[in-house]
Design a protein around this ligand. Structure first.
Ligand SMILES: [Zn+2]
Length: 111
């Protein structure tokens, strides 16, 4: 395992499923006297979400900060599709159906 991989493991960020707060090991948690650089795994069992008070078990691993940008790009992708007008959406759907239809026709054509 490379040093980089170990760094990533230690710096995995955790998101509170209750309120969306993200614990960043690089920043720590000032409110609960957690110094910057503390991995989530080393937080005391008594540690609670500084925003809503949820337990550690309510947190889910969302990976190191580096990967998050990709995740947010994907979110942007989803929003991009959602921001289409209904007409644009039906054109997309109809186009996909037409393409599938043509595909089946071409299969029959081969036989
Ligand atoms: Zn929370």
């Amino acid at each position: 395992m490379s040093e980089q991989a170990v760094d990533n493991l230690v710096l995995d960020r955790y998101e509170c499923r209750a309120c969306g707060y993200v614990y960043e090991p690089k920043k720590g948690d000032e409110k609960n006297n957690i110094p910057p650089g503390t991995p989530f795994a080393e937080l005391p069992l008594t540690w609670r979400c500084p925003v809503c008070g949820a337990k550690k078990s309510a947190f889910t691993n969302i990976g190191p900060a580096g990967k998050a940008s990709g995740f947010q790009e994907n979110l942007g992708y989803g929003l991009g599709v959602n921001s289409l007008t209904p007409t644009q959406k039906s054109i997309l759907i109809f186009g996909a159906l037409a393409a599938a239809f043509l595909f089946f026709i071409s299969l029959y054509g081969l036989k």
